[in-house]
Design a protein around this ligand. Structure first.
Ligand code: ATP
Length: 377
């Protein structure tokens, strides 16, 4: 079996500003985890992630996870009028980490037509600037590309999460406007911290960073590239590459094996991470983490999938792998070991090409996939 440990090391950003682990003691170390199941398939995949987390942590007496389930999402908006209640946000700020299912439903919108998106509000409120989207091919049957075997595709998209083209999100155009502008906001400080995080990730991987921009057209992207070049000088041991976003889309299909870390602005990262997920089996297998200097949210890259919600066929693997990233990020030797156990279990299950949920042509229900991963633990 191929070594999946590189995926582990890929996503271990933790801010130096967080408190150091306490001195060893006989008492278990407890991590407070805010749990936001959300809408659609969110609660379905979350249930499996919690089962796996409980099982893996039961075997590590020195660590405890204290879960606190909190309301947020489109359903909560319908119930109480606020998709991200202040009490939920407060509890998220206090927690050691936040585990999230998925949020938002297509028919539940603000009066101006935008979808309810508390997951994006949370990124902005907690300044979770660094979106990590690891992409790993577990089995050749899951890729639509010919020639690729397990492990051949292994890359990490680092997406800016708090500015870029999403920064116009909250503005409301007037109904009689003759034109509307969305602003691509690129700040010096926001870009520098993102690029630093990307280079640090690359140092834990294969030491290559590809910048994806549109510097041939947009002045904001010329600025973005200049900042990248500046930060790159501090990482002479990391190889760099610069691509326009259109070429990056082409090369992701033509030669995905040449990518290690891809760093890009918010909207380009949003689009390319779905494209990259499609290369390794789709949204059901794509985990993610949104990291800031004080807080971090771990959630699958997919949305609430209303087309399959309530049918017990959602793939919980993306959620379970996101929980593993959380354990890794918590940074305790025991949680890091537990994260590696989860990844090995997932890898073992996916090595059997028939252990698949419906969207990948298999017969396993959400629960049965959770059972298979628990058994592999
Ligand atoms: P968002 O905009 O909220 O990110 P989206 O529009 O990208 O959401 P998703 O909810 O991610 O859409 O769903 C995209 C497609 O992928 C749908 O067909 C959905 O059924 C499928 N899908 C997403 N997540 C899963 C999953 N965990 N298991 C199986 N299929 C999934």
């Amino acid at each position: 079996m191929e070594d999946t440990e590189s995926v582990a090391e890929a996503v271990s950003v933790r801010s130096a500003t967080l408190p150091a682990p306490p001195a060893p003691s006989l008492l278990p170390r407890t991590f407070d985890i805010a749990v936001l199941p959300g809408d659609g398939i969110g609660p379905e995949v979350m249930a499996e992630a919690l089962r796996v987390l409980n099982a893996v942590i039961d075997g590590t007496p020195a660590v405890r996870l204290a879960f606190q389930e909190l309301p947020a999402g489109a359903g909560e908006f319908l119930r109480g009028g606020d998709p991200l209640p202040a009490a939920t946000l407060d509890a998220c700020r206090q927690a050691d980490a936040i585990l999230m299912g998925a949020m938002g439903l297509p028919d539940i919108r603000w009066p101006d037509g935008r979808e309810i998106a508390p997951q994006i509000d949370l990124r902005e409120q907690l300044d979770l600037y660094c979106g990590l989207r690891p992409i790993h091919l577990y089995h050749a049957v899951d890729t639509p590309l010919k020639r690729y075997e397990a492990g051949d595709i292994d890359l990490l998209i680092v997406r800016e999460n708090t500015e870029g083209l999403f920064s116009s999100r909250g503005r409301q155009p007037s109904a009689d406007a003759s034109e509307v502008h969305d602003v691509m906001r690129i700040s010096r400080a926001g870009s520098q911290r993102l690029f630093r995080a990307a280079f640090e990730e690359a140092r834990r991987r294969r030491r290559k960073v590809t910048l994806v921009d549109k510097a041939n057209v947009l002045p904001s992207m010329v600025f973005f590239r200049a900042l990248f070049d500046e930060v790159a000088q501090d990482f002479p041991d990391v190889q760099t590459e610069r691509l326009y976003v259109d070429a990056a889309a082409l090369y992701l299909i033509q030669r995905p094996e040449t990518f290690d870390v891809i760093v890009t602005e918010n909207m380009f990262g949003d689009i390319l991470s779905d494209l990259a997920a499609a290369l390794v089996g789709g949204m059901g297998l794509a985990p993610s983490a949104d990291i800031g200097d004080q807080s971090a949210v771990f959630q699958p890259a997919h949305g609430t999938a209303p087309d399959i919600a309530g049918r017990s066929i959602a793939n919980p693997v993306a959620m379970i792998l996101s929980a593993a990233i959380m354990l890794n990020w918590l940074g305790d030797p025991q949680t890091i070991a537990a994260a590696a156990r989860i990844r090995r279990a997932v890898s073992r299950v996916l090595t059997n090409s028939t252990s698949r949920t419906a969207e990948l042509g298999g017969h396993l229900s959400t629960r049965a996939m959770g059972d298979a991963i628990l058994a592999a633990l």
